[in-house]
Design a protein around this ligand. Structure first.
Ligand SMILES: *Cc1c(COP(=O)(O)O)cnc(C)c1O
Length: 311
């Protein structure tokens, strides 16, 4: 069994210079390099939750996610390495009807299963009940030491972990990150100083996230950019895929289609439009998510669309 500090000692994120564009300098924090599966912000979000769970006797981690969830993959892998049993409540009861078929065709769930995560598939209606789902009550009754982590991994401990994405001496004028639940952005805002500005690029449609983020931080030096969700969470357009492929060719940095692809697409368009003042330093946080590419490529292939090149 290994401890959480093992990850920190062995997998460090590095900051790379991408280049100078339209008189601003762009950097990327390669959180994707922390670990291939427990990658990017999912490691940051899990860290203090795992430490907390490890304090409990017979801890069992229970969490929630969609069929291609980076959070489910990261939790399964981390719990496996730490020797903590894990349970995943997955959205979509249809996936549970032919489990063999699901596990063969879905690389994320296959990995979670292989890492020993107990998978339970629930209807979309049930899934919305979150911790009040009947299945969750049953599991908690059976194992009172169950430690529940919300969908996407966002809670106060996660935000504490995300503050560690920023390091001493980081002197960027703008800090940009993709937004799902907003936990990562909240951590970045908390770690920033008043002269820095944080921009969250929403991967989802809608403005409901603004309130959510504000509930996690009292600071005001941030903006939510909602122009680059490309239609919503998992909807991707060929223009985005083409961008991801050309970015990977030019800079040797792989991007995922749900989060980081949209982030960089947006940053480049904003640079082009002159949003950032001359000679400012912009940091893009690469939050990982590369495990999702394989599953997304299967979907794109089935639709006869262009797929993402693998490095
Ligand atoms: C989960 C995830 C996000 C979103 O993080 P939130 O804290 O939920 O906003 C961003 N990027 C990647 C790659 C992710 O896996």
């Amino acid at each position: 069994m290994i401890s959480v500090s093992f990850f920190e000692q062995n997998y460090n994120s590095v900051t790379e210079y991408v280049g100078r564009f339209n008189e601003v300098d762009l950097f990327v924090k390669r959180e994707d390099l922390i670990h291939p599966i427990i990658s990017g912000n999912k490691f940051r979000k899990l860290k203090y939750n795992l430490l907390e769970a490890q304090k409990r006797e017979n801890a069992n981690i229970l969490t929630f996610g969609g069929a291609y969830s980076n959070h489910i993959a990261a939790t399964a892998e981390a719990c496996h390495l730490l020797g903590i049993p894990s349970t995943g409540i997955i959205r979509g009861d249809e996936l549970g009807r032919n489990l063999d078929n699901t596990l063969t065709n879905n690389p994320t769930l296959k990995l979670a299963h292989q890492k020993g995560m107990q998978l339970h598939f629930v209807s979309r209606t049930d899934f919305r009940l979150k911790e009040d789902m009947p299945i969750v009550k049953t599991i908690v009754d059976q194992k009172p030491s169950t430690f529940i982590i919300p969908e996407g991994g966002t809670n106060a401990l996660a935000i504490k972990g995300c503050q560690e994405i920023m390091q001493k001496g980081d002197n960027f004028d703008f800090i940009c990150s993709s937004v799902g639940t907003g936990g990562t952005l909240a951590g970045l805002i908390e770690a920033s100083n008043a002269s820095q500005h944080c921009i969250g690029f929403s991967a989802l449609k809608g403005n409901f996230l603004e309130k959510e983020i504000a509930s996690w931080t009292p600071k005001a030096n941030w903006t939510l950019q909602t122009d680059y969700h490309f239609g919503g969470y998992a909807k991707v357009y060929s223009e985005l895929i083409a961008f991801i492929n050309s970015f990977q060719k030019k800079y040797s940095i792989p991007l995922d289609p749900i989060y980081t692809g949209k982030l960089f697409y947006g940053i480049f368009e904003m640079i082009e439009a002159g949003y950032f003042p001359k000679n400012t330093r912009i940091l893009a946080v690469h939050t990982g998510g590369l495990q999702g590419i394989e599953g997304m490529n299967q979907v794109l292939e089935q639709k006869g669309l262009q797929t993402i090149d693998r490095s």
